[in-house]
Design a protein around this ligand. Structure first.
Ligand code: SF4
Length: 374
């Protein structure tokens, strides 16, 4: 099938894509946002820095990533440091970013790079894709930005801006359509500026051709060329696959403290929040008496049991609707799989998932109140 057929557009729309590419690059040089990982006249990021930023930016906004990135790079400045980092440090640096497997895979990849590539990320698009956690998009971003290799970095932003530019209503649920769009992106790359071009496409999608709400066409370098704008069809493009409804789970969360420590356990090594610490997390909504009975079963006694209200956390396929409680207890041996964490542990080494963030506000007071009086 020809490219234009795959994209369900007339063939002439694929001609002359050099003009939008040139307009986009000009726009980028005038409008790009400053970012600590982005190259300037006086700063060139290392391939490692590009990698770290690209992994952090997946599913996370630029503004949220800035602080994480700077902290991560200052503690783990290169591949060797990442490969050698203790898992606790790694997870703590990632605390709140979510999708913790991303950072675990980064460490696996760093170890492969140490063993097989002499501690430097390979300047090779295909070799990059062999590393854990590095897919087509990330390999394209690293290869083009860090090594100047003319390959595309197709992500959701890129698919959106290209389908709109071309007026393609082909469904993005079809991987062949995505591949066709990657081919289009590849054909537009100016040989001397592959990294800037890929970043420009992403930037256009992030700040002008917006994913939610109306695109800012008046500020777009393609306003005179874009089919979606001309035909007023941006609302229907891109055609996204239908999302499956999320499974809703009701949970009861209990923060229980004793002697200035919080009771935590580790989640199973596989699945949601794999291997991360969490407070007592019970299936279903429980009455206060049931929560107190549960503490007794573990060997404690719930004193001052206090409701913390409700909170929702949305994962990609699951939604937790949680009801929280806090209590203190006389000291008891933690049951198998549980451990006590001090305030210092919580601050320095234990990475608490943001899923429970709504309940953390009271932790300091709870720990304080659980200290023996007098
Ligand atoms: S003109 Fe509008 S719809 Fe078209 S690419 Fe630009 S912002 Fe998006």
């Amino acid at each position: 099938m020809e490219l234009h057929e795959r994209l369900e557009i007339p063939p002439e729309r694929l001609g002359g894509l050099g003009r939008p590419a040139a307009l986009l690059l000009d726009w980028y040089h005038q409008n790009k946002r400053e970012m600590p990982w982005r190259g300037t006249d006086t700063f060139t990021p290392t391939p490692y820095q590009v990698w770290v930023s690209e992994i952090m930016l997946q599913q996370t906004r630029v503004e949220a990533v800035r602080g994480y990135y700077s902290r991560f790079i200052s503690q783990l400045p290169d591949v060797a440091a990442l490969a050698a980092a203790p898992e606790d440090q790694l997870l703590k640096l990632w605390e709140g970013l979510g999708y913790y497997n991303r950072v675990r895979n980064m460490q696996k990849a760093a170890r492969v790079v140490m063993e097989q590539h002499g501690s430097a990320l390979p300047a090779d698009y295909h070799a990059l894709q062999q590393l854990p956690g590095i897919g087509v998009y990330t390999a394209g971003a690293i290869a083009s930005i860090a090594f100047g290799i003319p390959v595309p970095a197709p992500d959701g932003n890129v698919y959106r801006v290209l389908t709109r530019l071309l007026g393609s209503s082909a469904g993005l649920g079809d991987s062949k359509v995505k591949k066709a769009l990657a081919q289009v992106a590849a054909s537009m790359i100016p040989p001397k500026a592959p990294g800037d071009f890929n970043q420009a496409l992403m930037e256009l999608g992030a700040i002008v051709c917006l994913p939610n709400g109306a695109p800012l066409c008046n500020a777009c370098p393609w306003s005179n060329l874009c089919v979606a704008r001309r035909e007023s069809i941006w609302q229907t493009i891109p055609l996204l696959p239908e999302k499956k409804p999320r499974r809703v789970e009701e949970r009861t969360i209990l923060l229980i403290a004793s002697g200035g420590k919080l009771l935590l356990s580790r989640r199973p090594a596989k699945g949601l929040l794999a291997g991360l610490p969490e407070p007592l997390n019970l299936e279903g909504y429980r009455e206060p008496e049931q929560v107190a009975a549960c503490v007794e079963e573990m060997g404690g006694r719930a004193q001052g049991l206090h409701p913390l209200g409700k909170a929702t956390h949305i994962f990609s396929h699951v939604e937790w609707q949680m009801e929280g409680f806090s209590a203190s207890s006389p000291l008891f041996d933690p049951p198998p799989g549980f451990f006590w964490a001090t305030a210092a542990d919580l601050k320095e080494t234990v990475a608490l998932p943001s899923a429970f963030r709504a309940f953390w506000g009271e932790v300091d007071t709870l720990l304080q109140n659980s200290l023996p009086q007098g």
